[in-house]
Design a protein around this ligand. Sequence first.
Ligand code: ADP
Length: 407
Amino acid sequence: MSPDPPGQRPPEDLLRQSEERYRLLVESVKDYAIYMLDPEGHIVTWNEGVQRIKGYAAEEILGRHFSVFYTPEDVAAGRPQRALEAAARDGRFEDETWRVRKDGSRFWADVVVTALRDPEGRLRGFTKVTRDLTERRRNEDQARQLAREQIARAAAEEQVRARDQFLSIASHELRTPLNPLQLQIQLLLRLARAGTLASQPPDRLVAMLETAERSVKQFARLVTQLLDLSRLVAGGLDLRLEEVDLAAVAREAAARYGPELAQAGCELRLAADRPAVGRWDRLRLEQVLTNLLSNAVKYGAGKPVEVAVAAGEGKAVLTVRDQGIGIAAADQARIFDRFERAVSGYEYGGLGLGLYIVRQIVEALGGDVRVDSAPGAGATFTVELPQAGPADGPHAPPAAPAPGPGA
Ligand code: ADP
C-alpha cells in the first residue's frame, strides 16, 4: 500500500515521521560519528559511526561526558572544555587532533562541534561530527616518507657521481706532471748508463733538471690541495698565528715563482716594498699567494702579472692581477666553491680547488677575497685581511686592557 499523500495526513504525524526518518538516517551513518551533547558536554544521542569509529555501543556511551574521546594530555590541557566554549561563542568549532577509542588506541580525527540554540537563543547543547582521518594521515605520512627517501637516494647517488668524477679528474691531474718527470729521468738514466752524463753541456743538464723540478712542484701543489681539501672537509684549518709581513711573503713567493713566470712568458711586476704586518699564519698566506700566482700564470700566460701589497687603517690588501682570459660575470661567484671551474679540462688542467682553498684560508683569517674581471680582459684577485687577525677563536690576540680612570 502506498503512503497517504502528504496533504491527507495530520501535520504532527508528518512531523513525527520526518523526525523519525532523520533519526534513522543519522543513526545509520557509519563513516562519521555523529552525536549530540547537552550543554555540559554529556552524550545524549548515538549513531553507528560512534560504534564503528570509537568502539562504543549506545548503552556504553550515552550519558557519559564527551571528554572520554580525548587523550589524557588534551583533557589535562582543558581542550574539551575549550572546544565547547569556542562553539558556544562562535557557533561552530573545528579541530584536527588525536582521539581515543574505547580500547585505548588512538586515531587522527577531524571534529566539528556546532552549538544548538532554541528560537530564544538559549544554548540547548551541541552536535558533534567526528571523521576518522587516520588512513588519510597514514597515506600522507607515507607519501612524505617516500619523498624524503627519494631525495636522500638522489643525494647519495649525486655524491657517488661527484666522487667518481672527482677521482677521475684528480688521477688525470696527478698523472700530468708525472709524464715529463718520467721522461727527464729516463733521459738522464740513459746518459748515465752510456757513461756520457758528465760530458753533457751543463745548460742541457740544468734544463732537464729544471723541467723535472717544475713537474715535482706541480705534483706537490696538487697533493697539497688534496690534503687541504680533506682537512677542510674533516673540520677546518688549524691556524698558527704569529706576526707575519705579508709584503715579505709576497716577495718570497714571487721569487720562488720566478722560473715558472719566466717559463710562461709572464713579466712580473711587484709592488710590495712597504711592510704590511699582521697576525696571520705564514704558511697559509704562502699558499694563498701560490694558488693565485699559479692561476695567473696558467690563465694569463705570455702577459705581465702584477702583485701588490699595501696596508692601512688596520687592514692589509693583496692584489694579484693578470691580463689573461678573464672570467665571465656569471662565473665569478661560483669559482670560489669546491670543484667549480669556468674553463674546460681539455684546455686547462686543474682540480677546481685552488680558489676554494684561498677563500677558506682568507676567511679563517678574518678577511675576504673577491675578483674583478671580464672575459678577455684579465682578472684581478683582491684579498683583504685585518691586521689584528681573526676576530674570534683560540688564537685571537688578547683584548687591550680598558683604560684606567686617569687615562
Ligand atoms: P683550477 O685552476 O684548478 O681550475 P681554481 O679553484 O684555482 O681551480 O679556479 C677555479 C676556476 O676559476 C678555474 O677553473 C678558472 O675557470 C677560474 N680562474 C681562476 N683564476 C683565474 C684567472 N686568473 N683567470 C681566469 N680564470 C681564472
